[in-house]
Ligand binder design. Structure first.
Ligand code: 8DG
Length: 132
């Protein structure tokens, strides 16, 4: 793969914890943990991509969300531009349509699962400040 991917990622909050999901077998970088989301499709806004991906992956409808930050990360053979949104309210129930494992992470506790490289400093930022 080459070029740059435009991706949205959702930081979903529930009871002071944020949601992480594990990339399923068969996807690139399977086994690493990430925030729900995915590639922005042609003609789509980041917000539309966020809503679509949350629905497709987790059966969730975001009700209240706000853009937080963006970053570009270079993996070995492609770059990704990630836009992170905080999602404070959503409608469920959560159903892992694509077979994802998931966990709710308490920001004050040590993270014991491996996150995608681009997400590591984002997770640290969530642990260090109360950004929610
Ligand atoms: N969803 C998501 N992707 C991330 C994060 N961090 C990060 O580097 N990425 C990268 C991994 C992938 O290269 C890319 C997202 O692509 P993807 O394959 O998960 O997206 P998608 O769901 O649209 O994929 P598909 O329909 O083609 O299966 O962004 C993150 O926190 N969440």
């Amino acid at each position: 793969m080459s070029g740059q991917l435009d991706v949205v990622a959702a930081i979903l909050w529930k009871n002071g914890r944020f949601l992480a999901i594990k990339r399923p077998e068969g996807k690139p970088q399977a086994g690493f943990w990430e925030f729900p989301g995915g590639k922005i499709e042609a003609g789509e806004s980041p917000e539309e991509a966020l809503s679509r991906e949350l629905q497709e992956e987790l059966n969730l409808t975001p009700l209240s969300f706000r853009f937080w930050t963006e970053k570009v990360h270079a993996y070995d053979n492609f770059r990704v531009r990630l836009r992170f949104f905080h999602v404070d309210e959503f409608r469920g129930p959560l159903v892992a349509h694509e077979g994802h494992e998931w966990m709710w992470i308490e920001p004050k506790e040590p993270v014991t699962v491996p996150f995608l490289a681009a997400d590591v400093d984002i997770v640290h930022a969530l642990q260090e400040q109360t950004v929610a």
